[in-house]
Design a binder for this molecule. Structure first.
Ligand SMILES: Cc1cc2nc3c(=O)[nH]c(=O)nc-3n(C[C@H](O)[C@H](O)[C@H](O)COP(=O)(O)OP(=O)(O)OC[C@H]3O[C@@H](n4cnc5c(N)ncnc54)[C@H](O)[C@@H]3O)c2cc1C
Length: 395
């Protein structure tokens, strides 16, 4: 058994063995200290640092490659290994690298529906050497995704792609985009959609970063002007885009929920320490609110561990992942509202790195009820597809 974890079959088959070895590595590797520092000045700097951490973990024993099939550059194992990775990184004070949200969203679907593309490109993404974005939303198609209009027309061995995407996370830094596009008529709604992988450096692709309220350039709008995309960059087959998207969304919602709990469990402890350093007694109700917030995070974790085990067993979670999405949004927003309320004027005025991070994260937490499908839409999915409630009648 190799001590550094590389291609260790015992780790691949036993998530507990993997957890123990990874925990030991993260606690003792001096080379990781620099990744614990916060305070990057821009989104680009933060993602670059996260990507370096991914390359480092891959080179130092392949620690972040467990949980992925060997055919696409992983070291074997399943979703539970990825869950362990996020927990242990966070527990040791390291960030869960931001590209991992997109990895969780995109790599399972590309691997299932177009293994040739996963074999060609996923290893570089897992190793932090290239970054991908997910292009679904458009100006007139967010909750109503089946209304999207970005059009791909087949010509011989390629598609010609034209249209506009909006709110692409990491769009300003992505090198590859997985895009849901219309290959049928507008009236065909979800039946006329296909998924295409597009290289950002193709002629006709332009990216315009969107500055968020926090000042971060985390999102982008992306324009496609007669972009030529080889037909072998279809994810799945033509017309199968909706099925690919539905498969993908269960991973986006479920694994994001796990990541959120991994980080929140560390952050609530850090908040308790930070609030304890403030002069004077704890504000009224602080103990009760900490308790309530902790319960929300543990509820999320309890639900999420069930979901991750189901995914690891090859189960289809489908619309039930909307429960995880709703719980993650309450836990995420509850934690950041707690920080805002308990840090008082420091939350608004302090320039310390710790408080600046809470402020930026508070802004981002507002989006937890929107990104990946809004909370209202998640509840409707549960009503329609899980509880199978009859439609409400307008009286
Ligand atoms: C931080 C962030 C990151 C994102 N990243 C990505 C990304 O990487 N890729 C991507 O493709 N998209 C991304 N999005 C876009 C996201 O998926 C959409 O914002 C979301 O689906 C909502 O769509 P919309 O913004 O068009 O709002 P709308 O669909 O216009 O909704 C506006 C409001 O109306 C409500 N509403 C709409 N329809 C219904 C209904 N049928 N019943 C009840 N209420 C309804 C919604 O809940 C919402 O409150 C991101 C968004 C954010 C905020």
């Amino acid at each position: 058994m190799s001590e550094n974890g590389a291609e260790n079959t015992a780790y691949a088959t036993d998530p507990d063995e993997y957890r123990h070895a990874l925990r030991r590595h993260l606690a003792t590797a001096p080379s990781l200290a620099r990744f614990r520092e916060r305070g990057h000045k821009s989104t680009e700097e933060r993602i670059t640092s996260d990507a370096r951490l991914m390359s480092h973990l891959a080179a130092e024993g392949g620690w972040n490659l467990y949980g992925w099939p060997t055919e696409i550059g992983g070291l074997g194992g399943d979703e539970r290994h990825r869950g362990v990775l996020y927990d242990e990184l966070s527990r040791s004070g390291l960030p869960v690298p931001e590209p991992h949200l997109l990895i969780e969203t995109l790599v399972p679907a590309v691997t299932k529906f177009s293994p040739h593309l996963a074999r060609r490109h996923a290893a570089a993404f897992l190793r932090g050497e290239e970054w991908w974005g997910q292009c679904f939303s458009e100006p007139e198609a967010g909750s109503d995704l089946a209304a999207l209009r970005t059009k791909a027309t087949r010509q011989a061995d390629h598609y010609v792609l034209s249209g506009q995407k909006l709110w692409t996370s990491h769009g300003a830094t992505a090198t590859r985009l997985v895009c849901l596009v219309r290959t049928g008529t507008t009236e065909s709604r979800h039946r006329g959609l296909s998924m295409l992988m597009v290289d950002v450096d193709s002629p006709g692709v332009s990216v315009r970063p969107i500055a968020l309220a926090s000042g971060d350039n985390e999102l982008a709008e992306i324009f496609f002007d007669d972009v030529i995309v080889p037909a072998d960059q279809l994810v799945g087959t033509e017309g199968q885009g909706w099925a690919v998207a539905m498969f993908l969304l269960q991973y986006e919602r479920a694994m994001y929920a796990w990541q959120t709990a991994s980080v929140a469990l560390r952050r609530i402890t850090e908040l308790r320490r930070l609030v304890g350093e403030l002069p004077g007694p704890l504000p009224d109700g602080a103990r009760r609110r900490f308790g309530a917030c902790y319960v929300d995070i543990i509820t999320l974790r309890a639900r999420s561990s069930q979901t991750v085990r189901r995914l690891a067993a090859g189960d289809t979670v489908g619309p039930e992942a909307s429960v995880d999405k709703i719980l993650l949004a309450s836990a995420e927003q509850g934690l950041h509202d707690l920080a805002r309320d308990l840090l008082g004027s420091d939350f608004l005025l302090s320039d310390s790195a710790a408080v600046r991070a809470w402020r930026a994260d508070w802004w981002y937490s507002r989006s937890a009820t929107i990104l990946g499908g809004s909370a209202e839409v998640q509840r409707t999915i549960l009503a329609d597809h899980v509880l199978e409630l009859p439609k409400e009648m307008a009286r």
